[in-house]
Ligand binder design. Sequence first.
Ligand code: TRP
Length: 340
Amino acid sequence: MRQTILTGDRPTGPLHLGHYAGSLAARVELQRSHATYILIADLQALTDHADRPEEIRRNVIEVALDYLAVGIDPGVSTIVVQSGVPELAELTGYFLNLVTVARLERNPTVKEEIRHKGFGGEIPAGFLVYPVSQAADITAFKAHLVPVGADQIPMIEQTVEIVRRFNRLYGAILVEPEAVVPRIARLPGIDGRSKMSKSLGNAIYLSDLPDVITDKVMRMYTDPRHARVEDPGQVEGNVVFTYLEAFDPDRAGLEKLKERYRAGGVGDVPLKHHLVDVLHDLLAPIRTRRQDLARHPEQILRILKDGTERGRAVAQATVTEARRSMHLDYETAPWDRQAS
Ligand code: TRP
């Protein structure tokens, strides 16, 4: 039997290179050999953007454009809008009984996000429990594999715990998922900070124009001790090399370049120009496809509608099964039960 993949993104803005390296490239590669579901997680986006629903709705379309532009094929992959599948909220409700508040507060990714988002002590309850709703996303589709960046590994761990607890209490109907983590598990932002993100303003977007990309690469952080061209340079922790590691298709050429940089004699400007070329080669066809697709919004909407309907049918089947195993099935509701 073909294995199932589920993964997703919050529609809080256009997707960037961090998404590409972390998960999009793997999805494109795996979509023909796996049953692939890709979730545009608008409900999850509301957990920290409750005041901006129109923005999230607009971004659903932007994210769909990014998916199609990078090569997600709607003929083989199913793109699902989370809010179109209310069964996910239902499953989240059942799962909430299977985790403790203390466990939620220990999730390292959520902890880091809480620090960065400046909730100032006013953490939305929905935000704290979003890993539980993510567990519902993954299990509703009975996913075996979840391609994600390193920051999402705690979510998969929490999902596995919930699945085990559910299966033990109610019967083994849910699938334990596994994370698929890429070669470059965490792409830093152009400032060298841990993660590329919209809120830190350090991202290169898939839809950035060539001049913008060049400008961002030229501002990138390299090795501060590599002041003169002749100085030996450090490759590890050098953001330009991390990006080349992620995106340069010429692996042998990259190994040679690293050696020369370490020995001294390669300047940061030509090094950055090389990265600019690599990124232009990667992003130019994506940008062109995106512009073509954006001219036919009605096609995008049809793809989302079809995908959401197909995805909903899968989630409905799982929830029906879950309810039955929890003695909540409609067919045997207390008021329907024959006196026996
Ligand atoms: N939390 C993910 C992110 O921040 C998005 C997401 C929502 C997701 N549901 C998912 C990822 C299910 C993998 C599986 O981008």
